[in-house]
Design a protein around this ligand. Structure first.
Ligand code: NDP
Length: 343
């Protein structure tokens, strides 16, 4: 049983399962009592909440690799928080931690799910470039994509949380990095700020021809984030023994009818390998990821962009924005200020 106080804890709960694109009415904001820690527990205040495309899957009760959020439950999500009250020997008030507290202002637990953060990098990075999305880029590209110097790596969703890191890691590994993104501004950012060699705008460019121009030696690794027409175009340009880490297919998360699919014959002809992966199966690689990528972020060799909205109530709108391409960088909600004194 949770002990509560007279103070409130604002939460956003799942009210309805969406059909197609999620809508603001699928969520419900509730002021519930703020929990209090019992012996062995830690209470924390959410500072940043991560918004990620997988949340669409949790809103649905279709069979998937993870259980859905029950109707009436708080939406799930990675968080960065500050400990406000601790009755746990390993945590003190003021500690900054990352966990999975979901869409709410306060959370309490026995602390097993928490990791303390140091202050050598901005704390928001723990749920972005140095958290689940960065880790997804790392294992998907390096372990599954196995890029070799001189090869061409194409990544879709190139300006986003995962794709932006994939392309920068590909450059660091000596590859040609080509992005696919949904606006001229995003493409400019990917090339000018992140250092990709080229970027194709899938909304305005002739995909096959633009990709052919951007990849004169063909495609050796395609890091798949979106599916649909981009995937179909890439398949036509694969090199022999190409690898395709199948990370996500965001163009299909809200479809209500079977979207069909491209002709897979090029996989056979080119002896290509496609492998779906879920980052949570690969957390044995987390220490290696941090060891390699933290210094790159600290030195500015890997850059990241965050798209932060203020206030928990903006979370539904910002989540929907992921499926409309409204976010430009890692989507985060600032639920409360880093330093509450500065309000
Ligand atoms: P992003 O930060 O890239 O945000 C989503 C972006 O997807 C949008 O900004 C938009 O960019 C693009 N997009 C939205 N709708 C479409 C569409 N119909 N067609 C093409 N592009 C679209 O999100 P993440 O980096 O967090 O996630 C990227 C992918 O990685 C997702 O598919 C996600 O599910 C997957 N993922 C998988 C994991 C795993 O373990 N397998 C773990 C983490 C993420 P634009 O403007 O360019 O269209």
């Amino acid at each position: 049983m949770t002990v509560t106080t007279t103070e409130t804890n604002r939460q956003i709960r799942l009210k309805k399962r969406p059909v197609g694109m999620p809508a603001p009415g699928d969520f419900e904001a509730v002021a519930s009592p703020r929990p209090a820690p019992r012996d062995g527990e830690v209470l924390r205040r959410t500072i940043y909440l991560s918004l990620d495309p997988y949340m669409r899957g949790r809103m649905s009760d279709a069979a998937s690799y993870a259980n859905p959020v029950n109707l009436g439950d708080v939406m799930v999500g990675h968080t960065v928080s500050q400990v406000v009250d601790s009755r746990h020997p390993n945590f003190r008030a003021g500690d900054i931690v990352t966990g999975y507290d979901g869409w709410q202002e306060y959370a309490v637990s026995d602390g097993k799910d928490l990791r303390k953060l140091d202050s050598s990098v901005p704390i928001s990075t723990a749920i972005g470039v140095l958290g689940m999305p960065g880790m997804t880029a790392y294992v998907g590209l390096l372990d599954i994509g196995q890029p070799k110097p001189g090869e061409t790596v194409v990544v879709s969703g190139a300006s986003g949380a995962v794709g932006s890191i994939v392309g920068q890691l590909a450059k660091i590994k000596g590859c040609r990095a080509v992005g696919v993104a949904g606006s001229a501004e995003k493409c400019r950012h990917v090339v000018d700020e992140l250092g990709f060699d080229a970027c194709v705008n899938y909304k305005t460019d002739d995909l096959v021809n633009a990709l052919r121009d951007a990849c004169p030696k063909g495609i050796d690794v395609y890091f798949e984030n979106v599916g649909g027409a981009v995937f179909a175009a890439v398949l036509r340009l694969l090199n022999k023994f190409a690898r395709i880490p199948l990370c996500g297919m965001i163009s299909e998360y809200n479809v209500t009818q079977n979207p069909g699919g491209p002709n897979l014959r090029p996989l056979l002809v080119h002896r290509a390998m496609i492998r779906g992966f879920i980052v949570s199966d690969h957390y044995d690689r987390f220490p290696a990821f941090l060891q390699e990528v933290v210094p790159l972020v600290r030195d500015g060799r890997i850059k990241y962009r965050e798209d932060i909205v203020d206030g928990l109530d903006a979370a539904p709108w910002a989540l929907i924005g992921l499926f409309e391409g409204r976010n430009f960088g890692k989507a985060l909600v600032r639920v409360s200020p880093e330093d509450p004194g500065t309000g």
